[in-house]
Design a protein around this ligand. Structure first.
Ligand code: C5J
Length: 225
């Protein structure tokens, strides 16, 4: 299917001028430990259904995006097995009895190579899709994301994933400061806390789109299909 070079997508605070050839779908941290029953997120007392409702909209958007031959990039939050890239402040934050690097229900928590650190099967990356392993909340910090985007001439991001107020928001802000236009489909991002979901989206689109635009994935999927 031949897409027009630029397509206006209904969004808040105003339509997003989508340029598919210059836009990557960036799926943030759809990892088993955050989303699956029995994982680290649930062990902390979180309601994983708040995140799991994003799986189906992400699956539909990803399928349409792949079918159109557009760029897909995935991220995972986590650390080296020897934890040398884990800031001591991040390790002890929260004063929990179980913290990053300890053995959790799905292996060592947020450690690369462990079952819980990996991406859920429903959205598993294809071999051709880059996975950005990030030690921080933002996908640009201490990663090669920016050089991957630059080398492919990409200037726009459709950002999905979890959680809305933490890694999605941090990444959108980092991207915005680097000159990327970000569009966030509200049904494809999730927070354990409904009020943070609402505020996280409000903060992106406030003040004339201070960090980016918010839409619904149906608007992208209908154009792609
Ligand atoms: C993400 C987190 N991915 N909430 N991490 O948002 O700690």
């Amino acid at each position: 299917m031949q897409l027009p070079p630029t397509i206006p997508i209904e969004a808040e605070p105003y339509p997003f001028e989508w340029t598919p050839a210059k836009c990557a779908l960036l799926i943030i941290d759809m990892q088993r430990d955050f989303l699956e029953p029995g994982g680290f997120g649930e062990m902390l007392g979180n309601d994983v259904s708040q995140l799991r409702r994003t799986i189906e909209p992400n699956r539909r958007l990803l399928a349409a995006w792949r079918k159109a031959g557009l760029t897909v990039i995935h991220t995972r939050e986590g650390h080296r097995p020897d934890l040398t890239d884990l800031p001591p402040a991040k390790k002890i934050r929260g004063r929990g009895t179980t913290c990053i690097g300890d053995v959790g229900p799905m292996g060592r928590i947020l450690v690369r190579g462990e079952v819980g650190h990996d991406i859920i099967p429903e959205l598993y990356p294809l071999p051709s899709e880059p996975i950005i392993d990030k030690p921080g909340k933002g996908a640009f910090y201490a990663t090669d994301l920016q050089s991957i985007l630059q080398h492919q001439g990409l200037t726009q991001l459709v950002v999905t994933g979890v959680t809305t107020e933490v890694c999605v928001n941090t990444t959108v802000r980092e991207a915005n400061d680097r000159g990327y236009d970000c569009l966030v489909p509200e049904d494809c991002v999730g927070s354990y806390f409904p009020h943070f979901q609402e505020m996280g989206l409000n903060m992106i689109k406030a003040q004339g789109g201070i960090f980016g635009w918010v839409t619904h994935s149906d608007r992208l999927v209908s154009v792609l299909s």
